[in-house]
Design a binder for this molecule. Sequence first.
Ligand code: SF4
Length: 347
Amino acid sequence: MSPPANTVNPPANTVNPGGNVARQHPGPLLEVRGLVKHFPIRGGLFGGVIDKVHAIDGVSFTVDEGETLGVVGESGCGKSTTGRCILRLIEPTAGTVWFDGLEVTAMNRQALRANSRAMQIIFQDPFASLNPRMTVASIIGEALAIHRLASSRTQAEQRIVELLETVGLHPDHMRRFPHEFSGGQRQRIGIARALAVSPRLIVCDEPVSALDVSIQAQVINLLEDLQERFRLSYLFIAHDLSVVEHISDRVAVMYLGRIVEIASSKALYRHPRHPYTEALLSAVPIPDPALKRKRIVLGGEVPNPIHPPAGCHFHPRCPHTMERCRIEAPILRDLGNRHHAACHLND
Ligand code: SF4
């Protein structure tokens, strides 16, 4: 996809008291429409394209200002690719992404760079995403320098101190290197780096998956505090439904490159309408011993995304498969109250 030059202006640089750019557009903050990403597979004598991986196959959703949309699914379902395509760290094959009324997928390089201030990412492995040769001050300072957010060295240092305190670290930590920190502290540095440019949306790509359970809760609490303080929106990607339940307003469940169900967190956990969501939920421990949920064990592995099954992608593993499921792909049907599910059982 080659975006036409100068079709999109960078967002206006008005700053609200929280530090981030003021709202420009009355609709959803983020709108993803029919996003597709196919990775070509090359081979043969001349290295031509011989096949493709269907990483994302027509994903659509919105995220409102101040909202958290959780995205869950097994490894390889396309959730991280979705996050990266939204930020254009990976170029989508088709579909559009709109942020505050501007089409991100049509932005030229200059507009994309300006927009990157408003859309940030936190990665799963904080160690791999932090340059081991840079001090914390350089890591956070780099983000400030790229967007010219400090007019002097003193001002940059003041901002770095403020950011470290905001994420629960000590100002003295700025002189240290990433290897001197624990996993949880490194994730806090990653969060401080993302916050440095006062974003409005943060793609949290499995931000707690690599951390111990007790540390996971601390980082999630921090993200919630920051959301309230700075009115942030999150796209919170995780493979575990129990992680996203607490933090998400709504949850989208992905399977083999498609969203199979999307609903408010409460509705999805109490009244799932897709057999795959039911199976995922059945594996989530329930704190109340009086409540019992029958464990649904899915047979087989996630099918190969190079040749996904025809019809409903889930049919080879679904306990309710009908003849129709093998032929006809179910559409994501509106079930009311912003609850959508893609299953013929809902017809
Ligand atoms: Fe199962 Fe059919 Fe529903 Fe797919 S459409 S989830 S195979 S019942």
